[in-house]
Design a protein around this ligand. Structure first.
Ligand SMILES: C[S@@+](CC[C@H](N)C(=O)[O-])C[C@H]1O[C@@H](n2cnc3c(N)ncnc32)[C@H](O)[C@@H]1O
Length: 483
């Protein structure tokens, strides 16, 4: 990072990122380098406008012409600052000796970015402080001195020393310490510890959330093999467990891959592929032609199920309540035996396309908090709240009960979440089954996952984890309707 080649005005040959300070001032005020400016704008948009960093940052980089190593710097700075926000806030507040909500929002975001550079990046302290002070001066001129003093205090200690000071090891509240050390809210630390049965292991899961995830592709069975897909890509390797996965290591935009444009493959986490394949692989007596994906948008699992269905002469009805997401499903499954409908999945028995007892296999990939995919959404951990749980768990149970009505006796339902929160996983399954008049049995999901998959627990449900499996934390329960 430090040896990033500089372009544009003020670039001096042979220097590193810190030399951006040498840029000549514009209009009498120091110019802010475009990469840091883009990072600031992205972080500010997330906090001010509820924007999503993965949407807003690429647009900002495009608009400002920031590319190559500068774009990588801006991305690391943006995503890192957003992931670490809670911990950076604790440190900045201690250094400022004032609560974060008593600091102007633009100054607050600039200080977060400055503190992230000081504590997490290989940026010289002088450059981190000076560029942030310049940024603050351009935003709130009167706050430059304050920002300078705060950042100098932040930079007096490294991250470990700050953690030691704010949450000493052996303190009476290990959850609070883990939350600060791994930059997650305490309720999420508790949720991971409950699901794993151990705070020590939860810390590994929290750490895994702070690393950018690899891009996985799904080679659609019957259309392209993973080997064919991998050889068409620079530096791609086979997935660890799923027979369809290719791991992209060469970077670049997956949307430009010809096999993806031609509908032979799609971007999909390996864990998502495994749980969809578990539904397709579950043993079934009798007909096996009518499959249902009750929560299909944007169409990742429908794409894999559609390809598997095509190989077996089956077809998939893909249901999505949001109109624009239903359109994405239709687009993602073009050429496959998938019939997309824009409907509420709870309308089984009311919608003519969703007859009771009408399906042999049903997937409920339920709307959830997404706590299992925090690696992908840097701001999500701070945006999500425990109060999000009750409406989601209600919806999950209603959708699962609709799936019980939709599946024929003897047919199989897969209930899937990309959250390991037990209220959304095992509790939702138990509650939906308890409140339904339809008899269902839990089926052990483990035989329908690759035998090489380690640490899948004692069944019958399976919870995947980034730190164990390198996948999102997907949960799957298989249920068979008995009558
Ligand atoms: C976890 S996502 C599904 C992801 C999808 N299966 C995939 O692999 O790409 C949940 C989806 O359920 C949709 N949804 C929410 N409520 C629904 C309902 N009542 N009926 C049908 N779909 C619903 C959401 O709009 C969202 O697209």
């Amino acid at each position: 990072m430090r040896s990033a080649p500089r372009r544009g005005p003020g670039a001096r040959p042979g220097g590193g990122r810190d030399d951006r300070l040498a840029r000549p001032p514009r209009g009498g005020r120091p110019a802010i380098d475009p990469a840091r400016e883009a990072a600031y704008e992205a972080v500010a948009a997330v906090h001010r406008d509820d924007a999503y960093a993965n949407l807003v940052l690429p647009r900002l980089l495009r608009e400002t012409g920031v590319s190559g190593r500068d774009a990588a710097f801006a991305t690391e700075l943006t995503y890192g600052t957003l992931r670490q926000t809670g911990t950076l806030d604790a440190i900045v507040a201690a250094a400022a000796d004032r609560a974060m909500d008593r600091i102007d929002p633009p100054v607050r975001d600039a200080l977060r970015i400055g503190a992230y550079q000081l504590l997490h990046m290989r940026v010289g302290a002088h450059a981190a402080v000076a560029t942030t002070v310049d940024l603050v001066r351009s935003l709130v001129p009167g706050a430059a001195g304050f920002a300078n003093a705060v950042l100098r205090r932040v930079g007096e200690s490294d991250r470990a020393a700050w953690l030691e000071r704010l949450a000493p090891p052996g303190s009476t509240d290990p959850v609070a310490r883990a939350a600060l050390a791994h930059a997650h809210p305490q309720w999420i630390v508790n949720a991971f510890a409950d699901a794993l049965g151990s705070l020590d292991e939860a810390e590994l899961a929290l750490d895994a959330d702070n690393l950018p995830p690899p891009v996985h592709l799904c080679a659609r069975p019957g259309l392209i093999t993973p080997a064919e897909l991998a050889t068409s890509l620079r530096g791609a390797t086979a997935g660890r467990y799923s027979p369809f996965t290719v791991v992209l290591t060469g970077g670049g935009d997956p949307g430009s891959i010809p096999a993806i444009r031609e509908g032979l493959a799609h971007v999909q986490d390996e864990g998502s592929q495994l749980v969809a394949a578990a539904l397709a692989g579950a043993g079934l007596d009798g007909p096996d032609e009518r499959w249902l994906d009750l929560c299909a948008g944007p169409g990742g699992k429908a794409g894999l199920l559609g390809a598997l269905a095509a190989q077996r002469g089956a077809h998939v009805t893909a249901v999505e309540v949001a109109h624009h997401r239903a359109a994405l499903v239709a687009q993602a499954t073009r050429g496959l035996p998938v019939y997309t409908i824009n409907a509420d999945g709870r309308d089984v028995g009311k919608d003519q396309d969703l007859p009771e007892r009408g399906f042999d296999r049903v997937l409920v990939d339920a709307p959830c908090t997404g706590l299992g995919a925090l690696r992908r959404r840097p701001e999500a951990r701070w945006r999500r709240q425990p109060s999000d749980l009750p409406p989601l768990t209600r919806l999950q149970r209603e959708l699962l009960q609709a799936a019980f009505r939709a599946v024929r006796p003897g047919g199989v339902v897969a209930y899937v979440t990309c959250s390991p929160h037990q209220a959304e996983t095992s509790v939702s399954v138990t509650e939906a089954a308890r409140r339904s008049s339809i008899e269902v049995d839990l089926v052990d999901a483990r035989p329908y996952l690759p035998s090489a998959l380690p640490e899948v627990g004692t069944g019958p449900t399976v919870q995947l984890w980034p730190h164990r499996h390198g996948t999102d934390a997907m949960f799957v329960a298989l249920l068979r309707r008995t009558a």
